[in-house]
Design a protein around this ligand. Structure first.
Ligand SMILES: *[C@@H]1O[C@H](CO)[C@@H](O)[C@H](O)[C@H]1NC(C)=O
Ligand SMILES: *[C@@H]1O[C@H](CO)[C@@H](O)[C@H](O)[C@H]1NC(C)=O
Ligand SMILES: *[C@@H]1O[C@H](CO)[C@@H](O)[C@H](O)[C@H]1NC(C)=O
Ligand SMILES: *[C@@H]1O[C@H](CO)[C@@H](O)[C@H](O)[C@H]1NC(C)=O
Ligand SMILES: *[C@@H]1O[C@H](CO)[C@@H](O)[C@H](O)[C@H]1NC(C)=O
Length: 245
C-alpha cells in the first residue's frame, strides 16, 4: 500500500511538471544548424510549426545578425490579419541573389495568441569553391544466396592491379573514381566463398577521324619541311654552279 501511494504521488508530480498544453508551440528549420550558399545563388529557409488545436499563430518575425552576433536586422514581420491570414504550418524566407551582407545567423520568432514566443535559428555561411564532382564506376554483385564471408573487390586498370591503399577507391573497394584516369580497360574482380566473378568496362580508343586528322597536320608539317629543304638545296646548287662558271 505504501509503495502504491508513493507511485501515485510520483505520477501526479510528473504530470504537474509536464508543460501546459498552450506551451506546445514550437518552430524548427528543415535544415539543421548550418547552411552554405555560394554568392549570387538563391537562399531558401524553410521552417515548420507545431501547435495544438487551441493555439493560433499571430506573428512571424525574421531577423538576421552577423555570425559574431552584432548588427541585428529585422527582415520581415508578418502579422495575422483578416485579409492576410498567417500560414499555421510553415513559413519560409527567400534571398534571391545572396551577397556578402546576407550571410549570418537567421532567426525566426513565432508568437501565438497567448503571447507565447518560440524561436529557432540557423547559420548561413558563404561557400567559396563549388563542391568537386567526380565520376566513378561501381562494381555490383547480384547475390541472393546466404554466404558466410563478404565479397572482396579488386580493380585492374589496363591489366595493372590497383593497390587498395589508393585514394581512388571507396572504403569498401566497390567504387573506383575514374576522373582523370587515362585507362581503357577497367576490370573489377569480386572474390568470395561463393566464387570469383570478373567484369570490365572498356572505353573507346581515340576515334579514327581524330587520328587521321592528327596525321594530316603532321604530314602537312613534314611536307612543308621537305619542300623548304629542297628549295634551299636547289638554291645552293644554283649558286655554286653560278660561281664556277
Ligand atoms: C546579383 O547581385 C550582384 C551584385 O549585387 C549583381 O552584380 C548581379 O547582377 C545580380 N544578379 C542577378 C541575377 O540579379
Ligand atoms: C580487360 O582486362 C581484363 C583483365 O586484365 C581482361 O581479362 C579482359 O579481357 C580485358 N578486356 C578487353 C576488352 O580488353
Ligand atoms: C588490402 O589488400 C591486402 C592484400 O591485398 C589485404 O591484406 C588488406 O586487408 C587490404 N586492406 C583493406 C583495407 O582492404
Ligand atoms: C588517382 O587517379 C589520378 C588520375 O589517374 C592520379 O593522378 C592519382 O595519382 C590517383 N591517386 C592515387 C592515390 O593513386
Ligand atoms: C579468392 O580468395 C581466395 C581466398 O582468400 C584466394 O585463395 C584466391 O586466390 C582468390 N582468388 C582470386 C581470383 O583473387
Amino acid at each position: 500500500m505504501e509503495t502504491q501511494h508513493i507511485l501515485v504521488w510520483r505520477i501526479c508530480l510528473i504530470l504537474a511538471l509536464l508543460p501546459h498544453p498552450h506551451q506546445c508551440l514550437s518552430v524548427h528549420f528543415q535544415n539543421k544548424g548550418l547552411l552554405y550558399v555560394a554568392p549570387g545563388r538563391e537562399l531558401v529557409l524553410q521552417t515548420q510549426f507545431q501547435i495544438t488545436p487551441t493555439e493560433k499563430i499571430i506573428m512571424v518575425i525574421w531577423d538576421r545578425q552577423t555570425e559574431k552576433g552584432q548588427g541585428q536586422v529585422r527582415l520581415a514581420n508578418h502579422q495575422d490579419a483578416p485579409g492576410n491570414p498567417l500560414d499555421q504550418k510553415e513559413a519560409s524566407f527567400r534571398v534571391e541573389n545572396i551577397s556578402s551582407s546576407d550571410y549570418g545567423m537567421y532567426t525566426i520568432t513565432v508568437t501565438d495568441q497567448m503571447g507565447n514566443e518560440q524561436s529557432a535559428n540557423i547559420l548561413v555561411r558563404e561557400i567559396v569553391a563549388a563542391p568537386v564532382a567526380s565520376l566513378s564506376l561501381q562494381c555490383e554483385v547480384a547475390n541472393d544466396r546466404a554466404q558466410w564471408d563478404s565479397p572482396v573487390f579488386s580493380w585492374l586498370v589496363d591489366g595493372v592491379e590497383l593497390s587498395n591503399q589508393t585514394d581512388n577507391l571507396s572504403a569498401d573497394g566497390r567504387r573506383l573514381y575514374v576522373s582523370g584516369m587515362k585507362g581503357h580497360n577497367y576490370t573489377c574482380v569480386v572474390n568470395s566463398s561463393l566464387g570469383t566473378s570478373v567484369t570490365y568496362y572498356v572505353t573507346d580508343s581515340p576515334t579514327p577521324s581524330q587520328s587521321i586528322q592528327s596525321c594530316n597536320t603532321l604530314c602537312g608539317v613534314l611536307l612543308g619541311f621537305i619542300i623548304a629543304i629542297l628549295i634551299t638545296c636547289g638554291y645552293l646548287y644554283w649558286k655554286c654552279r653560278q660561281r664556277r662558271t
